[in-house]
Write a protein that binds this ligand. Structure first.
Ligand SMILES: [Zn+2]
Length: 454
């Protein structure tokens, strides 16, 4: 059965390429200030028709609070006792950014000498839309699960259209498993599910120490310099190894999934020769299992135009990433307490909270993950591994709250070489084929696992 499906998918790849080329040509950046909204409308209409043709007879557009349209549909199996799987993707894309940096036209799907297909959205997330379609086409009507579909139209904007839509419409999303297809494998051909996402807490910390600017010659020395106080305060957030040291936040946890090799991380992050990596843990520990604080910005006089004066106040915007198991409210309290307690020289410190988001850890012990492990192993010929992701996908927590009991699976065609969000984004066609096979096998296995259970 696996080989039959593999052959069918191979035969479907020219159609997958044509579909992806059509989708990439639509400049569906969900920001009317940058691209005409008709581009998003075209993409939504295309997705709707494509899935309607695969049996989602009731496919329709639903308008969300940020004004974007999501495509929603269902495909009942005819057996109401069969399990239900919700398929997710998004049809909007990041803007191309620096067009000069692209080696091929960003909105023309172009095959490179390396065999990869280049274009904005080729991987994130239009490649995953095509993956879903290819899996469904390969299965045809041999699909004993109930399917639901949601393809949103503003994921890259962070405006939360779908996140607001789901809770009051939770019944539309009720499912036994949710395939959030907006991540990828550990490498081309190395199957992986993403099981851990960091949460975040942002704050602005302000230091005040003088009534006004004063001459650094007349007062510098004894006068409390707010900028010097801020620098000292910020330096307490990390120790000499680069570990984040916020009182009350554990910075010793270990990552138990796929490791992230130092050399690959250095290359991915563009670390300069000679500059070290931070922290006493491995890259994966530091990135996926431990808190990490970053300084996003500082309010202070820029070098050009600065005077010989002491600053009466200074401020910094901080971004604290937190691993699964850490509550954002507790992390905010810990960060606030730490900053307040560490104020040097009696200067006034105030901390204003900004955005916060919860981390996510997938429950991997259920029947859907069991079916996925088998499907991935059969499709790729090697066992599936588990990845973390440093950023957050707030929708995962929204789904977890709205659909209790659903197993949430993050996977897709966005392996590390895709350069998603950057110029020269690409997808490896073999990943589309192999992931479509894994998805098809998963749907079959999950259906039969659930049926034998009954
Ligand atoms: Zn995406």
């Amino acid at each position: 059965m696996t080989e039959q499906l593999r052959d069918r998918i191979q035969a479907l790849m020219p159609q997958a390429k044509a579909d992806l080329a059509g989708l990439v040509a639509m400049r569906s950046v969900a920001d009317a200030r940058q691209f005409p909204p008709e581009e998003c409308a075209k993409a939504a209409a295309w997705v709707l028709e494509a899935f309607r043709a695969e049996g989602f007879a009731d496919a329709r557009l639903v308008t969300t609070a940020d004004g974007s349209d999501a495509v929603y549909g269902t495909r009942p199996s005819g057996d109401p006792s069969a399990p239900t799987v919700l398929l997710y993707a998004h049809y909007d894309v990041q803007p191309p950014l620096d067009e000069q940096a692209w080696r091929t036209p960003p909105f023309t799907l172009t095959e490179g000498d390396d065999g990869r297909w280049y274009g904005r959205g080729a991987a994130d997330c239009k490649g995953n839309i095509v993956m879903h379609l290819t899996a469904l086409r390969a299965l045809g009507d041999q699909l004993p699960v109930n399917l639901k579909l949601i393809v949103e139209g503003s994921e890259e904007q962070g405006t939360g259209g779908l996140e607001e839509f789901v809770p009051p419409n939770a019944e539309l999303f009720a499912a036994d498993a949710i395939l959030v297809c907006d991540t990828g494998n550990a490498a081309v051909g190395r199957p992986a599910a993403t099981v851990s996402l960091r949460g975040l807490v942002n704050v602005v910390v302000t230091v005040e120490s003088l009534r006004t600017e004063v001459h650094s010659g007349m007062f510098g020395g004894p006068a409390p310099d707010a900028l010097a106080a801020l620098v000292r305060l910020l330096s307490t957030l990390r120790d000499e190894h680069g570990d984040t040291t916020i009182a009350g936040l554990d910075n010793t946890q270990l990552w138990d999934g796929e490791p992230y090799p130092d050399d690959r991380f250095r290359a991915d992050a563009g670390v300069l020769d000679g500059a070290g990596l931070l922290g006493t843990g491995s890259v994966s520990d530091m990135l996926w299992a431990r808190p990490a604080v970053s300084i996003l910005g500082i309010d202070c006089p820029p070098v050009i135009g600065s005077a010989a004066a002491l600053q009466p106040h200074a401020a910094a915007r901080l971004n604290l990433r937190i691993p699964p198991g850490t509550d954002p409210a507790k992390a905010l309290t810990a960060l606030t307490d730490h900053l307040t307690a560490s104020a040097p020289w009696g200067v006034r410190v105030s901390v204003a909270p900004e955005a916060s988001g919860a981390p996510f850890r997938a429950a991997t012990g259920g029947p859907a993950y069991a079916a996925l492990r088998e499907a991935m192993a059969d499709a790729f010929g090697q066992p599936m591994t588990m990845l973390g992701q440093g950023g957050s996908i707030p929708l995962c927590n929204v789904f977890a709250a709205a659909c209790p009991g659903a197993e949430i699976i993050l996977m897709g065609v966005e392996e590390p070489q895709t350069l998603m969000h950057a110029p020269n984004e690409s997808v490896h066609p073999q990943e589309i084929a192999d992931m479509a096979l894994a998805e098809a096998l998963f749907l079959q296995r999950f259906a039969s696992a659930a049926t034998t259970k009954e």
